[in-house]
Each structure stands twice: as structure tokens, then as C-alpha cells.
Write a protein that binds this ligand. Sequence first.
Ligand code: FRU
Length: 485
Amino acid sequence: MRYREAYRPQFHFSPEEKWMNDPNGLVYYDGTYHLFYQYYPGDIVWGPMHWGHAVSKDMVYWEHRPIALFPDEHGLIFSGSAVVDYENTSGFGTADKPPMVAIFTYHNMEGEQEGRSDFQTQGIAYSLDKGATWTKYQDNPVIGNEAGIRDFRDPKVFWHADSSSWIMVLVAGDHAKFYRSENLREWEYLSDFGKDVGAHGGVWECPDLFAMKDEETGEEKWVLLISINPGAPNGGSGTQYFIGNFNGTQFTSNQKDTRWLDWGTDNYAGVTYNNLPDEERLFIGWMSNWDYARDTPTENWRSAMTLPRNLRLLKKGDRFIVASSPVENFGTILKREVQESVQLASEASKTITFDNLNQAEVRFSTSGDFVLKFKNSLEEELVLTLDSDKNLFLLDRVASGKTAFKENFADKIQQMPVADLGDAPATFRILMDWSSIEVFINDGEYVMTAQLFPNEPYTELEIRNPSEEDLDIPDLEISRAETIW
Ligand code: FRU
């Protein structure tokens, strides 16, 4: 049996061995979902970056593939994206054999060490065998860094039908830059966005730009994802988004507030798939945080991706939000084993035992407040609290297990404002996979993702009613999740 080390996720993607960070080059082609990722094959901490590679037919089961991109004379291979060039605009293939093209950042370590500021540039590579092998473009880099922008990286490229061109968004420290191209080799600068809006607690990273339609009205909006590190609401790394418009040249937004795709500490650098049908927006994030990513207590490998998530645009009151929920296929590996109706008077509690809550899904709906504890025999506990007086949902991993590996891993309780849970009972879907928890409220209107490292699996689920009213949970379910490996 493979991949059974302590804390190894059983239904999330993780590399066979060694260090992984951001998802890269997410693209769907000819029935296959490709996942490339920031990878250092030499150690379980960050080092000279390659693009690792895996493929899936269903976004549930993954197969590992050989490393796709290696560092070269221009530098290490940092984050970026991939497209299918159907019309062979790049000339790297033929119309019959369209190339896949990867667009990434070169990070020149020698340049950085010499104190230069132009050490990040953009390069491309192509594959004529559906992603199996890659050739770097001989005239790399395709975008140089004459202005000497220190943080100049993470290009996301997509085909923009309205302007019949390739559009690129990348980040430059405190803002995003847009470019266009007709052939993926020559790029023309278009515009900037973001210096004066949104969160700026840290450097902007890993942008993504795409159109979405409101499910109800069909109204179209453009969404710009921007990861920032540090500056996230619960510390360290996080992903904010802007709702606005993109006219082929410029992204504009009237948004005044900062919106977060996920309020937990461990969903970073996430981006979406290219080349899916319009109405599908599939997202994968890196389930870690630069605050402690290199210190987590795993051996042989480090870190995992979030579950692939479906993004949806919704209108709440007079504003649009982006909701995210697990990809539908994921349901195929769940087996329901507990189904209960729970009624609790004020301050009453109930405990359900289940042999392994660390590879399971818990779901229910309720209109009341609750304190939910996942516990093991060592008295370690992960606590989720809904407090509607304060309009807060809390995730407390302070006593969840191993936490001392880094002082800022569990120094405070994570908070998520939940001002608008609606009149109907709110739905809660909680997925735990050995060393992670993902919480989706109301089908992903509110989301929290966090890592955790209990010394033994949790085997008890305690539900307490902290309020003065009765608590009614008519439909508590626990499902076991099968392993995907
Ligand atoms: C985000 C990031 C990117 C960069 C990559 C390097 O986590 O810092 O901005 O391209 O990681 O591995």
C-alpha cells in the first residue's frame, strides 16, 4: 500500500515525495485534467523550482507523471499557466497537432544574489505529445524585465475570444499587469490594476482572471483572483478576489471592500483550469501557508492541494460573491455510515463515536448555534463554533495535536465573519483528510481550509448547544471517504 505515512492525505493530491507548493499550468485537454506544480525534488523544504506533473480523468484519482520542466540557464521555473493552442498561433505545432504551451516565470538566482532587481522574467515551453514531454522556446525569455521589478511573476494566460487574442495577467509587487499576444511569443503591455485597492499586507502573487455568469440572472462579471503573502485575515498567506469588468485591455472594479475566497489559513496560490466549457470554473489551491509551510511535521513529502473546487458567482443583496464547493465527482468516494437527528436543549451535548473522523465527511443543516468538537483519546480537539450573536464562525486548532513546530501555527483561533447565513437552515459540509479540514457553509458561500496534525485520529464528535434556545439538527451524516491511492 502506497502513501500511508503519518498525516498523508488519502483523498487530496500530494506529491509522491519531496516538497510541493503552488498549483501550476492547470489545463484540461482531450479528456485529461493536468496538474503541474511547484516542485523541489531534492528535499522536503523549498529549493530550486521545477514543475512537477500529475494527471486525472475525473478530478478524484490522480496519476503521478515525470517532472515536466527543469531549471535552465535563465533560472528556476516559478509559477505559471498552460494553454492548448488549437489554432497553432505559436507555430510550435501544426493545426492537426496543436501544441500545449506553458507560460511561467524564470527566477534567476545568481541575479538575485548579485543584488540585481531584474531577476524575474517570463518564459514559455511547448509540448507536442499532450503534456508528456516539453521543449523550452529557444528565444526565451518572452517578457524581459527592463524596468527591474523585483517581484514580477506568475503569468496566467487564457484565450480571450472577444479580442481574438491571448491575454496574460501577472503580478508586479503591489499590482497586476495585463498583456496581450497573437502568438504567445510576442507580448504587448496593456494596463495595470490594483495599486490603490484591495488588501496590500504583502506582495501580490498568483493572479487569475476569468468571466463568470450569475447563476440566476445570467449577468456576466469578471473575477480577478490575487493571492497575497502576508496579509491574509487569519495570518500569513491568503487569496482575495475582485469582481469587475475586463474589456480586453483593462480590468476595472468598483469594489470597496476586500473579499476572501477562503478564510482559513491554508488555501494559497490557487488558480483555475483553462480550456473547460464556459460554465465550469474549477479551482485548486495549495493547502498551506508560507508562515509555517516548511515546518509541518511530515516526513518524505510536504503539503497537499485543496480538493478541486467548483467556483460559482452569486448575488448576495447588492453584491456579487464567488462561492466554492468540492467538485461533484468527489461524492463517488463517500460512503454514508451515520445518519442521525440531533435535538439538544440549552447547554446539552451529545457525542457520536466514529472510528476515524480523519478520513470522513460530516454534514448537517441547522438554524442554531453550535460547538462541534472532533476529539481523540489524547484529549486533543479541533473545535468549530457558530456564534450568531457575533456573526462569527470559528476554527480552533490550538489544542488539535502537534502545534509546537512553529509558534504561529496555532497561536490564535481562526475567525470568519458570517453576516448573512440566510433565513433557511444553513448547511455545513466538513471534510477531514488526516492533516486537513475544509469547511463549506451554504454550498461554499463561506469557506475555511486549515491544516492540523493530531497525534491520533479523532474518534469522537461532540455537539454542544451553547445557546439558550433549543438546537435542532435534523440530518447529521457522517460518511467515510475511500482512499484515492
Ligand atoms: C507563491 C510563490 C509564487 C512563486 C512561487 C515560487 O507561493 O511565491 O509567487 O512563483 O511561489 O515557488
